[in-house]
Design a protein around this ligand. Structure first.
Ligand code: PLP
Length: 420
């Protein structure tokens, strides 16, 4: 038994399933989770001292890699001054200005502590603005673990039998209408069947929580038009795609302006931050100006704000070119190796700095085209790579995250580890 096995057994005594977030549990993968002790750049080390090229990157926040020097020193500087006040401070103003000045369709932003909290706030805000209760979400999109979004959600649930969760009241579920990605007819039918009741459409404009399911521009534009036609709001959940697909996320890439946008992951540079943003006319529905309540004891704490700002400051158009080049090189390396090693039926689907090892050659556009119970098959690939010192997110439906640290030398090392 290795050190990770021992720690996992002990953890399971003290913590449900030994983990604080289910996708860390390696469920369905017949191997126990590695306990990570430290990290640097594109690498993580487990408790045994074995290193891995990391393609999980904490599930997305670390777009500059682990312990980027500028981010590390920003956190250390902030730490020396105090780490939470529950009072006004200038750190969050700096980050708010930095983001708002760069993204044309947002005028105000409110920081929270996670992506889930951001979406939860956006749901309440959407209902508060429109005075309507129902929301539309898409099958397979994940928006965090709030009740109203735990209905046909993503990867953490896809591997298991239940499509949803116990504990979600039926009335709450009834207010979330589910449509299939790419199907505008179905969305229109929803609006027609529930006249005057739909507050807004929530989606990941680049669905990346249940495999990677890039959508057509016409579909996204069609949703924008339907929202305008039926006086509903369009909410882009850019918790993964924000600051990753471009600084302004998919909204900037597609030129489609949502009414509200939610951010998370990269926005905190690896510290817990989420945000809701939009035009002032919508954002000022939030307390203390407006009637929609929202609050947070630790919201916008200085450490997280400094880590976020230091990360944002490194992101420019060149960064996105670099990230895309890294991703294409890595995808090519994986593809070549998989072809020669019994994974011929896999394809790598990539967009920007995300990639997904999809165990099918078919073109996949929505969730119904993804085979169920992929984890059984994914296990062979995952474990082979793990033994070679290559760490993918431990779930077949989870994407790979590429950072600026996954540069040419790391790509060479990846090639060496794969073919060794
Ligand atoms: C990760 C994620 C969330 C939830 O964010 P947490 O910080 O894990 O609460 C919400 N929406 C999307 C699109 C995500 O990828």
């Amino acid at each position: 038994m290795n050190r990770s096995d021992e720690l996992f057994i002990e953890s399971k005594k003290y913590v449900p399933g030994g983990v604080h977030s289910p996708v860390r549990s390696f469920k369905g993968l017949h191997t126990t989770p590695r306990f990570i002790s430290r990290a640097s750049g594109a690498y993580i080390w487990d408790e045994e001292g074995k290193d891995y090229i990391d393609f999980c990157m904490s599930f997305g926040p670390l777009i500059l890699g682990h312990r980027h020097p500028q981010v590390e020193s920003a956190i250390k500087n902030a730490l020396g001054r105090g780490w939470t006040y529950g009072a006004c401070e200038a750190y969050s103003l700096k980050l708010a200005k930095f983001i708002v000045d760069k993204i044309p369709f947002i005028e105000q932003i409110r920081f929270v502590n996670s992506g889930t909290e951001a979406v939860m706030t956006a749901v309440r805000l959407t209902r508060g603005i429109t005075g309507k209760e129902k929301i539309i979400k898409f099958n397979g999109c994940y928006h965090g673990h709030l009740d109203s979004m735990l209905i046909k959600a993503g990867s953490g649930l896809a591997g298991t039998a239940e499509a949803s969760s116990e504990g979600v009241p039926a009335q709450t579920a009834a207010n979330t209408l589910i449509c299939e990605l790419g199907n505008l007819k179905e969305v229109r039918a929803c609006f027609e069947q529930h006249p005057g009741e739909i507050a807004g459409i929530f989606l990941e404009p680049l669905p990346a929580n249940n495999g990677l399911l890039p959508q057509d521009q016409e579909f996204l534009q069609g949703l924008r038009d339907l929202c305008d036609e039926y006086q509903a709001l369009l909410i882009f959940d850019e918790v993964i795609s924000g600051f990753r697909m471009s600084f302004g996320g998919m909204a900037e890439r597609t030129g489609i302006s949502p009414d509200l946008v939610t951010y998370g992951k990269i926005i905190g540079g690896g510290m817990p931050v989420g945000a809701v943003a939009g035009p002032t006319q919508w954002m000022e529905y939030l307390a203390p100006v407006g009637p929609v309540y929202q609050a947070g004891t630790l919201s916008a704490n200085p450490l997280a704000m400094e880590a976020g700002l230091a990360t944002m400051e490194q992101l420019n158009p060149n960064t996105y070119d670099e990230l895309e080049k890294n991703t294409q090189a890595i995808s090519a390396i994986f593809t070549e190796w998989m072809q020669a090693h019994g994974f011929e039926d896999y394809q790598i689907i990539s967009q920007g700095s995300l990639f997904w090892a999809a165990p099918t050659k078919e073109k996949i556009k929505d969730l119904t085209q993804i085979p169920l119970n992929l984890n059984e098959r994914f296990y062979a690939l995952f474990e082979t790579l793990l033994n070679k010192g290559i760490y993918l997110a431990p779930n077949a439906y989870e994407v790979g995250f590429v950072s600026t640290a996954h540069n040419a030398p790391v790509q060479e090392e990846l090639r060496r580890r794969l073919w060794n």
